[in-house]
Design a protein around this ligand. Structure first.
Ligand code: NI
Ligand code: MN
Length: 229
Protein backbone atom coordinates (compact mmCIF):
# COMPACT_ATOMS: atom_id res chain seq x y z
CA UNK A 1 0.00 0.00 0.00
CA UNK A 2 1.10 3.51 -0.67
CA UNK A 3 0.88 6.77 1.18
CA UNK A 4 0.74 9.83 -1.02
CA UNK A 5 0.79 12.97 1.11
CA UNK A 6 -0.34 16.16 -0.63
CA UNK A 7 0.29 19.45 1.17
CA UNK A 8 -2.65 21.83 0.82
CA UNK A 9 -0.78 24.70 2.47
CA UNK A 10 -0.53 25.62 6.18
CA UNK A 11 -1.36 22.46 8.20
CA UNK A 12 -3.71 20.89 5.66
CA UNK A 13 -3.06 17.56 3.93
CA UNK A 14 -4.78 15.08 1.66
CA UNK A 15 -3.63 11.47 2.10
CA UNK A 16 -4.41 9.09 -0.75
CA UNK A 17 -3.30 5.72 -2.10
CA UNK A 18 -3.76 3.94 1.24
CA UNK A 19 -7.34 2.80 0.85
CA UNK A 20 -9.19 6.00 1.75
CA UNK A 21 -9.11 9.72 1.09
CA UNK A 22 -8.07 11.26 4.39
CA UNK A 23 -7.95 15.02 4.98
CA UNK A 24 -6.13 16.62 7.89
CA UNK A 25 -6.99 20.16 9.11
CA UNK A 26 -8.69 21.16 5.82
CA UNK A 27 -8.33 24.96 5.93
CA UNK A 28 -8.88 25.98 2.30
CA UNK A 29 -11.34 28.90 2.34
CA UNK A 30 -9.36 31.95 3.47
CA UNK A 31 -6.03 30.14 3.14
CA UNK A 32 -3.98 32.25 0.69
CA UNK A 33 -1.77 29.21 -0.08
CA UNK A 34 -4.54 26.71 -0.78
CA UNK A 35 -3.98 25.00 -4.16
CA UNK A 36 -7.57 23.70 -4.34
CA UNK A 37 -10.98 24.81 -3.15
CA UNK A 38 -12.87 22.90 -0.48
CA UNK A 39 -15.55 21.70 -2.90
CA UNK A 40 -12.97 19.89 -5.10
CA UNK A 41 -11.62 17.56 -2.42
CA UNK A 42 -12.71 13.94 -1.98
CA UNK A 43 -12.94 12.78 1.63
CA UNK A 44 -13.75 9.58 3.49
CA UNK A 45 -12.32 10.80 6.78
CA UNK A 46 -11.34 14.22 8.13
CA UNK A 47 -8.88 14.36 11.04
CA UNK A 48 -8.50 17.48 13.20
CA UNK A 49 -5.63 18.47 15.48
CA UNK A 50 -7.75 21.23 17.07
CA UNK A 51 -10.50 23.70 16.31
CA UNK A 52 -8.72 26.99 15.65
CA UNK A 53 -10.10 28.46 12.44
CA UNK A 54 -6.92 27.75 10.49
CA UNK A 55 -7.36 24.00 11.20
CA UNK A 56 -11.13 23.43 11.51
CA UNK A 57 -11.40 25.33 8.24
CA UNK A 58 -13.92 23.81 5.83
CA UNK A 59 -14.46 20.61 7.85
CA UNK A 60 -18.23 20.92 8.28
CA UNK A 61 -18.91 21.84 4.64
CA UNK A 62 -16.71 19.02 3.29
CA UNK A 63 -18.25 16.47 5.67
CA UNK A 64 -21.76 17.51 4.70
CA UNK A 65 -20.95 17.28 0.97
CA UNK A 66 -19.05 13.97 1.10
CA UNK A 67 -20.50 12.18 4.13
CA UNK A 68 -16.97 11.90 5.52
CA UNK A 69 -16.39 10.80 9.10
CA UNK A 70 -14.84 13.53 11.24
CA UNK A 71 -12.39 12.59 14.00
CA UNK A 72 -11.71 15.21 16.66
CA UNK A 73 -11.11 15.41 20.40
CA UNK A 74 -14.34 14.96 22.35
CA UNK A 75 -15.39 18.56 23.04
CA UNK A 76 -14.60 19.65 19.48
CA UNK A 77 -16.35 16.55 18.12
CA UNK A 78 -19.51 17.50 20.03
CA UNK A 79 -19.56 20.95 18.42
CA UNK A 80 -19.11 19.43 14.94
CA UNK A 81 -21.92 16.94 15.58
CA UNK A 82 -24.17 19.78 16.75
CA UNK A 83 -23.38 21.61 13.50
CA UNK A 84 -25.08 18.76 11.63
CA UNK A 85 -22.24 16.38 10.70
CA UNK A 86 -23.62 12.85 10.80
CA UNK A 87 -20.52 10.70 11.33
CA UNK A 88 -18.26 11.91 14.13
CA UNK A 89 -15.78 10.00 16.29
CA UNK A 90 -14.60 11.56 19.54
CA UNK A 91 -11.46 10.14 21.14
CA UNK A 92 -9.50 11.93 23.86
CA UNK A 93 -5.73 12.17 24.31
CA UNK A 94 -4.19 8.69 24.26
CA UNK A 95 -7.14 7.18 22.44
CA UNK A 96 -6.80 5.16 19.25
CA UNK A 97 -9.52 4.85 16.61
CA UNK A 98 -9.40 1.93 14.16
CA UNK A 99 -10.47 2.29 10.55
CA UNK A 100 -10.54 -0.35 7.82
CA UNK A 101 -7.49 1.40 6.27
CA UNK A 102 -5.45 1.96 9.48
CA UNK A 103 -5.67 3.79 12.79
CA UNK A 104 -5.36 7.23 14.37
CA UNK A 105 -4.15 8.07 17.88
CA UNK A 106 -4.47 11.47 19.59
CA UNK A 107 -1.31 12.56 21.40
CA UNK A 108 -0.56 15.74 23.37
CA UNK A 109 0.42 19.07 21.83
CA UNK A 110 1.30 22.20 23.82
CA UNK A 111 -0.94 24.99 22.51
CA UNK A 112 -4.30 26.60 23.36
CA UNK A 113 -7.61 25.88 21.67
CA UNK A 114 -11.03 27.50 21.37
CA UNK A 115 -13.23 27.08 18.29
CA UNK A 116 -14.53 30.15 16.42
CA UNK A 117 -17.85 29.45 18.21
CA UNK A 118 -16.10 29.46 21.60
CA UNK A 119 -15.86 25.75 22.49
CA UNK A 120 -12.80 25.13 24.68
CA UNK A 121 -10.88 21.90 24.05
CA UNK A 122 -7.38 20.45 24.21
CA UNK A 123 -5.27 20.60 21.06
CA UNK A 124 -3.66 17.36 19.88
CA UNK A 125 -1.11 15.79 17.61
CA UNK A 126 -2.14 12.90 15.37
CA UNK A 127 -0.37 9.59 14.92
CA UNK A 128 -1.80 8.27 11.66
CA UNK A 129 -1.10 4.72 10.50
CA UNK A 130 -1.87 4.94 6.80
CA UNK A 131 -0.79 2.94 3.77
CA UNK A 132 1.54 0.83 5.93
CA UNK A 133 3.37 3.93 7.22
CA UNK A 134 3.34 5.86 10.48
CA UNK A 135 2.75 9.57 9.90
CA UNK A 136 2.91 12.01 12.81
CA UNK A 137 1.15 15.37 12.37
CA UNK A 138 2.41 17.43 15.31
CA UNK A 139 -0.48 19.91 15.12
CA UNK A 140 0.18 23.34 16.56
CA UNK A 141 2.68 22.85 19.36
CA UNK A 142 5.57 24.40 21.18
CA UNK A 143 8.66 22.31 21.83
CA UNK A 144 8.19 20.01 24.84
CA UNK A 145 10.24 17.13 26.16
CA UNK A 146 7.48 14.50 25.95
CA UNK A 147 7.88 14.50 22.18
CA UNK A 148 10.60 11.96 23.00
CA UNK A 149 7.90 9.50 24.07
CA UNK A 150 6.76 9.18 20.45
CA UNK A 151 10.17 7.76 19.50
CA UNK A 152 10.02 5.39 22.49
CA UNK A 153 6.75 3.76 21.44
CA UNK A 154 8.75 1.29 19.38
CA UNK A 155 7.23 2.00 15.97
CA UNK A 156 9.43 4.30 13.96
CA UNK A 157 7.78 7.43 12.60
CA UNK A 158 8.20 7.33 8.82
CA UNK A 159 7.07 10.91 8.22
CA UNK A 160 6.66 13.83 10.63
CA UNK A 161 4.71 16.97 9.69
CA UNK A 162 6.39 19.64 11.80
CA UNK A 163 5.34 23.28 12.39
CA UNK A 164 8.25 25.70 11.94
CA UNK A 165 6.63 29.14 11.54
CA UNK A 166 7.03 30.40 15.10
CA UNK A 167 4.71 32.98 16.73
CA UNK A 168 1.75 30.54 17.09
CA UNK A 169 3.87 27.36 17.31
CA UNK A 170 7.51 26.35 17.71
CA UNK A 171 9.92 28.12 15.38
CA UNK A 172 12.40 26.53 12.98
CA UNK A 173 15.10 26.35 15.65
CA UNK A 174 12.97 24.58 18.26
CA UNK A 175 11.63 22.38 15.46
CA UNK A 176 15.15 20.96 14.92
CA UNK A 177 15.12 19.73 18.52
CA UNK A 178 11.59 18.38 18.04
CA UNK A 179 12.87 16.32 15.10
CA UNK A 180 15.75 15.06 17.25
CA UNK A 181 13.18 13.94 19.85
CA UNK A 182 10.74 12.26 17.44
CA UNK A 183 13.41 10.59 15.24
CA UNK A 184 11.34 10.39 12.05
CA UNK A 185 12.90 9.13 8.81
CA UNK A 186 11.32 11.94 6.79
CA UNK A 187 10.08 15.44 7.67
CA UNK A 188 7.84 17.96 5.91
CA UNK A 189 7.81 21.45 7.48
CA UNK A 190 4.35 23.04 7.86
CA UNK A 191 2.52 26.02 9.39
CA UNK A 192 4.78 28.68 7.86
CA UNK A 193 4.55 31.20 5.04
CA UNK A 194 0.77 31.43 5.16
CA UNK A 195 0.60 34.82 6.88
CA UNK A 196 3.24 37.48 7.69
CA UNK A 197 3.78 36.50 11.38
CA UNK A 198 4.83 32.97 10.38
CA UNK A 199 7.26 33.68 7.55
CA UNK A 200 10.46 31.66 8.00
CA UNK A 201 13.32 30.05 6.09
CA UNK A 202 12.30 26.44 5.42
CA UNK A 203 15.52 25.72 3.51
CA UNK A 204 17.57 26.77 6.54
CA UNK A 205 15.49 24.40 8.70
CA UNK A 206 16.19 21.64 6.19
CA UNK A 207 19.94 22.31 6.30
CA UNK A 208 19.99 22.37 10.12
CA UNK A 209 18.14 19.05 10.43
CA UNK A 210 20.15 17.32 7.71
CA UNK A 211 23.50 18.68 8.88
CA UNK A 212 22.73 17.22 12.31
CA UNK A 213 21.96 13.90 10.60
CA UNK A 214 18.50 13.61 12.14
CA UNK A 215 16.17 13.09 9.16
CA UNK A 216 15.57 13.72 5.48
CA UNK A 217 13.60 16.96 5.02
CA UNK A 218 11.28 17.62 2.08
CA UNK A 219 10.34 21.28 1.56
CA UNK A 220 7.13 21.21 -0.47
CA UNK A 221 5.21 23.89 -2.34
CA UNK A 222 1.47 23.93 -1.58
CA UNK A 223 -0.10 21.40 -3.95
CA UNK A 224 2.98 19.15 -4.05
CA UNK A 225 2.67 15.45 -3.23
CA UNK A 226 5.26 13.49 -1.24
CA UNK A 227 5.32 9.70 -1.64
CA UNK A 228 6.17 8.25 1.78
CA UNK A 229 9.04 5.78 1.64
NI1 NI B 1 -3.83 26.74 16.61
MN1 MN C 1 -2.60 27.09 13.60
Amino acid sequence: MAADVRWLGHSAFHLSGGGADVLVDPFLTGNPKAPVSADELPADVILLTHGHGDHLGDTVAIAQRTGATVLAIVELAAEIEAAGVENVVNPNLGGTVQFDWGWVKLVPAWHTALTPNGTPHMPAGLLIHYGGHLIYHLGDTALFSDLQLIARRGTKVDLALVPIGGHFTMDRFDAVTAVEFVQPAQVIPIHYGTFPPIETDAQAFKQDVQNAGFSQVYVLQPGDTHHVK
